[in-house]
Design a protein around this ligand. Structure first.
Ligand SMILES: Cc1cc2nc3c(=O)[nH]c(=O)nc-3n(C[C@H](O)[C@H](O)[C@H](O)COP(=O)(O)OP(=O)(O)OC[C@H]3O[C@@H](n4cnc5c(N)ncnc54)[C@H](O)[C@@H]3O)c2cc1C
Ligand code: SF4
Length: 544
């Protein structure tokens, strides 16, 4: 075997278990709501806040529920993050920027091109200007938004993963949650709880990147997009440093191979508290590429070595990012009884590495459409029209081919991206076609290993998972679905893809250490399917 096409080993999405008729056997309690929001990220919480405010202003009673799989708000939230405050200002017109849960304004910024030994300062590309924006921890943002939602009467249910879509004919009726307390074989234990059904007039899917129910709905309702969605994996560390940092830094180039797309970010939350991460597109070509290991290597560059010397890594985490942009948006993000928000719909602008304000604004627009739907029966497709007429669609259209140009490699992609910037997105005329990441062939080349799991520097994957706060019960059944009979080369590929060391290549195939999973969804993109597990499992991020 000299190459792997991951699609050949990926099981299909289990639609028959993900889409269930409302009233089907197997649930414990049933709760009825007006609006159910799946996912307490910026998208879901902004939607809940705007809806509750509209209802209050109209003196209407609305029963709004938000389901979140993390045990507490923010524990599954991970971002960079430099935040464009635009959506905060719209959602909280009475507050000042200084009232928002941001750590610091962006004072200075620098972009570098790296080789193994050297660095060159580049002029900051227009898409990467961050003046006027704020550095923040998404965990803190989410906790703050959650408190605002609860103060407005929204019910936030943490520790409840939505596992199945409940449907009536072609309409979404709500969700069924994952059971808790199963043993390793999937059998209920005495202290366990059965799944619950939550039904609502409208269900908003705000599950974030690679949303399982959003994927299932698009496939079930045959909602296409012009290009398939593509993803990047971001691995992030939080460092308490001895040396202060006074600027936002982005780097391109080393240690990412030139046939892959990506870069790093270094953001000071405080002068001596630095968020550091590496993001790499999952359409890379080398089966041995390992993003976690590349981040460890990046820290050896003298640009970062000096900053981190004497410091301590206090938190670690990983998450994917939907990178396809404009042409990967589902043709519609609304249907009977349902809307798709934020990352679950793909509202991310990769050239600027921004998604938080788009996610929040999509939530605000969805709330307005949902409110009119409940009040006078207006179609939920009003949400699509609001987004299409907004700066979300305009921004994503302007950079529509920029990420896609990098499928031809870093240098050719860089030249094309520069031309796209100069022409305001008009170059090239038309659309770049992309393959889904899972369709991209990976070469097995033992001599050329840009980051293999054995690299003996930095933090091991085992220590990294510990620093994510992951304390998943060891005895839960595996929530990951691999293909049958995975060849050892493919098992090795998965072991590199997964930043949390869940997969091991062993004699005869694949060993899965499922409790280590931090829900980043990278292997859901490239290999075994991810499904929701018992509520509260996974990481416990605090300041990611
Ligand atoms: C490494 C990295 C760096 C980034 N940097 C920036 C940046 O600097 N600036 C910026 O603006 N954006 C940045 N982004 C993008 C930004 O974080 C996202 O666009 C944004 O968080 C999307 O918000 P969301 O609410 O759609 O999804 P999320 O923030 O992912 O929230 C989704 C929530 O849904 C929950 N959930 C998922 N499935 C279920 C389920 N089945 N049941 C119940 N709950 C569920 C999750 O636990 C999560 O809490 C970055 C992303 C990454 C990964
Ligand atoms: S197994 Fe979990 S942690 Fe590993 S890549 Fe897949 S989703 Fe991420």
């Amino acid at each position: 075997m000299d190459k792997i096409v991951p699609a050949q080993y990926q099981p299909p999405l289990p639609l028959d278990t993900l889409i269930v008729q409302d009233g089907a056997e197997g649930s414990g309690d049933r709760m009825e709501l007006d609006v159910l929001i799946v996912g307490a990220g910026p998208a879901g919480l902004a939607c809940a806040i705007e809806l509750a405010r509209l209802a209050k202003a109209d003196r209407t009673e609305l029963n709004i529920g938000v389901l979140e799989k993390a045990e507490a708000l923010g524990e599954h939230s991970l971002s960079g993050a430099v935040v464009n405050p635009r959506a905060f200002r719209e959602l909280f017109p009475d507050l000042k920027d200084s009232d928002f849960p941001f750590r610091a304004p962006v004072a200075k910024e620098a972009v570098y091109l790296l080789t193994a030994e050297r660095r060159w300062r580049l002029p900051t590309p227009p898409t990467m200007h961050n003046r006027g924006y704020y550095i923040a921890s998404l965990c803190e943002v989410v906790r703050w938004l959650g408190a605002k939602a609860e103060a407005l009467g929204v019910n936030v249910f943490t520790g409840f993963p939505a596992a199945q879509l409940l449907v009536r004919d072609a309409a979404v009726a709500g969700v069924r949650t994952a059971p808790a307390g199963l043993d390793r074989d999937g059998k209920p234990t005495p202290g366990g709880t059965a799944p619950n059904d939550l039904v609502a007039k409208v269900t908003a899917l705000a599950e974030g990147t690679r949303g399982l129910l959003a994927q299932a709905w698009c496939q079930w309702q045959r909602v296409p997009s012009e290009n398939p969605q593509i993803f990047a994996l971001g691995v992030k560390e939080l460092w308490e440093t001895q040396q202060p940092l006074d600027r936002v830094i982005h780097t391109l180039g080393w240690p990412i191979p030139s046939d892959a797309f990506g870069g790093s970010f270094v953001y000071p939350l405080e002068p001596n508290l630095v968020a550091l991460g590496l993001v790499v597109g999952l359409d890379y070509r080398d089966a041995a590429l390992d993003v976690h290991v590349l981040l460890q290597r990046l820290k050896q560059h003298r640009l970062l070595r000096a900053l981190l010397a004497g410091g301590e890594m206090v938190e670690w985490g990983a998450k994917t990012i939907p990178e396809g942009g404009f042409y990967s948006l589902p043709e519609r993000r609304s249907g009977a009884g349902v809307v798709l928000l934020g990352d679950a719909a793909g509202f991310v602008d990769v050239p600027s590495l921004k998604g938080i304000h788009y996610a929040m604004h999509s939530g605000i627009y969805a709330a307005r459409a949902i409110f009119q739907n409940l009040k006078n029966g207006a179609a939920l497709s009003a949400y699509d029209r609001l987004v299409d007429a907004s700066y979300i669609a305009r921004d994503l259209y302007r950079t529509r081919n920029m990420r896609l140009a990098f499928r031809d490699g870093f240098y050719l992609g860089g030249i094309q991206a520069a031309l796209m910037t100069l022409t305001g997105g008009r170059f090239p005329n038309g659309k770049y076609r992309m393959h889904a990441d899972v369709e991209v062939a990976r070469r097995l080349s033992p001599g050329l290993r840009p980051g293999s799991a054995e690299t003996p520097v930095g933090v091991s994957k085992v220590d990294a998972v510990f620093k994510s706060g992951n304390s998943t019960r060891d005895t839960i059944p595996s929530h990951l679905i691999p293909a049958k009979d995975v060849p050892v080369e493919v098992a090795r590929f998965y072991s590199h893809v997964c930043p949390a060391g869940v997969y091991e290549a062993i004699d005869g195939g694949l060993r899965i250490n499922a409790p280590n999973c931090v829900d980043c969804k990278a292997t859901d993109v490239l290999g075994p399917r991810w499904t929701p597990r018992e509520g509260g499992s996974g990481p416990k991020y605090k300041r990611m």
